[in-house]
Design a protein around this ligand. Sequence first.
Ligand code: EPU
Length: 337
Amino acid sequence: MRIIENYSLLKHNTFHLDVKTRWFVEYESEADLQRLLGDEYFMSQTFLHIGQGSNLLFLGNFNGVIVHSGIRGIDIWKENDGHVWLKAGASEDWDAFVRFCVEKGWGGVENLSLIPGEVGASAFQNIGAYGVEASDCIEEVHTYHIPTGEKRIFTNAECKYSYRHSFFKEEANCGLYFITHVIYRLSKQPEYILGYGNVKSRLEGMEINLQTIREAIISIRREKLPDPAVEGNAGSFFMNPYICIAHYGALKKQYPAMPHYPVDDKVVKIPAAWLIEQCGLKGKTLGGAAVSTKQPLVIVNQNHATGTDIALLAEAVRRSVQENFGIELRPEVYSVA
Ligand code: EPU
């Protein structure tokens, strides 16, 4: 177990904010974690479990304990003719896990290539892209319940997955469970999901297999999204909003070209990127923060931004979309005070 006092989180958040935490603790095994949960001092502190910090906005220094899992490993949990179930440690790099599955010829997560983060976070947030969500392949999530120190295994249904949401993100449960492992169910005869955006056209003239799909997704992402290694960011800052049909009908008269995706017969999803662009906010800056010119749903650390710069710019975006469209944008990024 690694325990460090007054530790910089610069390498632990993809906005590249140089904030400090009072304590940084990294456990390497379940035994380590159990020891941590039995520690009176630790349990009396404010703590926050992070992955790679690819969905976090630190507003300042953190006066508590930042916890990180060091649990690694990808093992075959079980297998039959059609499927293989992999047990992956929470701190495995997400894209390395995807690459591993693709190289083995096991399908299901290839559309989630190049998403920053770790395996544990994939199950916490239900990451998604190009028509696939992590929850489509998750069989079980192995956790520890912090207040009691007991191990608890969640089935997929118990995780209550929906768009970028899970049981673990619900207000009543947030921070109460640490994820140690995720069981993923991959397919040996994968069905390819190519219906989103330009995935299919990117593959035109090529043989379609897991590897070429992964390469196509990576090239689309590199083209469309700012690279956090170059310009700090946390991917989409907001979720795409759902609005009711009546609201959509009224807006459609004013904006006939408004893109939309029907969710069911009552609800329509509108791309937040389009709303933000229509508000004229593409490229808008505040302090060192900027609305990305590549993809306006992303806020970037353009020039030594502080967490406050980013939060204030996000608030200006939220207010402008609310005023212009009467649509409330909800952040996907979690702000830590
Ligand atoms: N759009 C614009 N202007 C732009 C870019 C996009 O108007 O500059 C509009 C277009 O109408 C476009 C639509 O937004 O068709 C959708 O854009 P895109 O396909 O880039 O996807 P998104 O809805 O903005 C979502 C996820 C991304 C994920 C992509 C691909 C959310 C909040 N974001 O973005 O996830 O990679 O779809 O599946 O659902 C993330 O969560 O961090 C993330 C990057």
